[in-house]
Design a protein around this ligand. Structure first.
Ligand code: C2G
Length: 131
C-alpha cells in the first residue's frame, strides 16, 4: 500500500537543511506532501514577514525532487485537519519540534528527524547582513 508523508515548514531563504529534511521525509513513504506556512502565519507567530513570499517559497519547495504536492499552511492549529485531508500516514518534522506533535499519533506515525547542524535561516540572514 502506498504511504503518504506530510511535513510543514516556512522554508524561507531555502538552504541545505531544508533540502535534507525534505529528502529524508520523502524516504519515509511514497508520496510527500509539504505544507508551506502562509506569510500571514509568519507575521502572526514570528512578528516578521519571511524574506521570500509565500508564492516564491511554494514555487521553490514544489520544484524539489521528491516533493509531490505543496499547499499553504494557514494555521499551526490546523495540523490535524491537514493530516486528514491529505490522508497522511506519517508526519515528519525536524527535532526542534520534538514532542510537539505527539497528539497526532492516534491518526498517523509521528517522526522527528535530527536537524542539519550549523545552518538556519536566521543565521544566514545575520551572516549576509554583515557582509
Ligand atoms: N530544518 C532542519 N535543519 C535545519 C533547519 C531546518 O532539518 N538546519 C527543518 C526544520 O526542523 C523543519 C523544516 O526544516 O522541519 C522547516 O524549517 P523552518 O522553515 O524553520 O520551519 P518552521 O518555521 O519551524 O515551521 O508547522 C510548522 C510551521 O510551518 C513552522
Amino acid at each position: 500500500m502506498s504511504r503518504t508523508v506530510i511535513t510543514f515548514g516556512t522554508f524561507d531563504v531555502f538552504h541545505v537543511g531544508h533540502l535534507r529534511i525534505l529528502e529524508r521525509a520523502a524516504s519515509h513513504g511514497d508520496r510527500l506532501v509539504v505544507g508551506v506556512s502562509a506569510d500571514a502565519l509568519n507575521l502572526r507567530k514570528k512578528g516578521r514577514a519571511p524574506v521570500f513570499s509565500e508564492a516564491e517559497r511554494l514555487a521553490i519547495v514544489s520544484a524539489i525532487k521528491g516533493v509531490d504536492e505543496v499547499f499553504v499552511e494557514e494555521s499551526l492549529e490546523l495540523k490535524r485537519s491537514y493530516i486528514e485531508k491529505f490522508s497522511a500516514d506519517v508526519l515528519v518534522m525536524g527535532d526542534d519540534w520534538a514532542g510537539r506533535f505527539d497528539e497526532f499519533g492516534d491518526i498517523c506515525d509521528v517522526v522527528y528527524l535530527p536537524r542539519t547542524p550549523a545552518i538556519s535561516t536566521t543565521a544566514l540572514i545575520e551572516k549576509i547582513s554583515q557582509v
